[in-house]
Design a protein around this ligand. Structure first.
Ligand code: GDP
Length: 211
């Protein structure tokens, strides 16, 4: 079942301003332009719920959406802009690392990739960071409508077996694979589990960094 109700909860530009709430969180990450907003909008059934912005270097923020009064989806700022100043990249890394490592409500990160391109360097770094911190990763390989079904299936199999990814092939435009992706999200969110108390903290990050 895809979502029936979704609403904007809050935006945060640093971890001191993360919203307090009682639901489990699932974060969404991906290179800019990969199709993150389209996927979020399609999953929540709300066109333009996740604001589409193509401006590199704009203020980096986390956006929180409550879905079905049962879980919270967190839209992380896109990464991988080619010509972004280093200071902005550092700001992104700091904000995202702080969030990922200090958020007890976080249950999993959906890492969105383009099925035609596979894993970019930044995607791999993010996956390594998540693994190093014991955070579950669900990979959504989107834009499957851009290639033939057999090509998409072949690519997906290579990524699943070669890289050991929990990968879902989806298309935000055609709607393919969204039910299964949503099931995985609900499962990761542990529907029915009481959320951990917000005073719990994860360990501080080790040497691995997201760039
Ligand atoms: P974001 O920067 O990651 O939020 O990416 P957007 O959601 O704004 O999408 C970037 C571009 O990819 C837009 O032109 C979308 O219409 C297109 N796009 C997103 N998802 C899909 C998809 O599943 N199939 C196709 N063909 N295009 C898509």
């Amino acid at each position: 079942m895809l979502t029936t109700r979704a609403r904007f909860l809050a935006a945060a530009t640093n971890v001191a301003h993360l919203p307090h709430h009682r639901w489990p969180e699932i974060a969404f990450a991906g290179r800019s332009n990969v199709g993150k907003s389209s996927l979020l909008n399609r999953l929540t059934g709300h066109l333009k719920l996740a604001r589409v912005s193509k401006t590199p270097g704009r203020t980096q923020q986390l956006n929180f959406f409550v879905v079905n009064e049962a879980l919270v989806l967190v839209d992380l700022p896109g990464y991988g802009f080619a010509r972004v100043p280093l200071a902005v990249k550092d700001q992104w890394r700091q904000l995202v690392e702080d969030y990922l490592t200090r958020r007890p409500a976080l249950r999993a990160v959906v890492v969105i990739i383009d099925i035609r391109r596979g894993l970019a360097h930044e995607d791999q770094q993010l996956l390594d960071f998540l693994a190093a911190h014991g955070i579950a990763a669900i990979v959504a390989a989107t834009k499957s409508d851009k290639i033939t079904r057999s090509e998409a299936a072949r690519q997906a199999a290579a990524l699943r077996h070669g890289d050991g990814l929990d990968l879902h092939l989806v298309s935000a435009h055609r709607g393919d694979g969204l039910d299964r992706l949503w099931q995985a999200i609900e499962q990761a969110a542990g529907a029915g589990d009481p959320p951990k108390h917000s005073t719990e903290r994860r360990e501080k990050p080790r040497a691995t960094q997201v760039r």
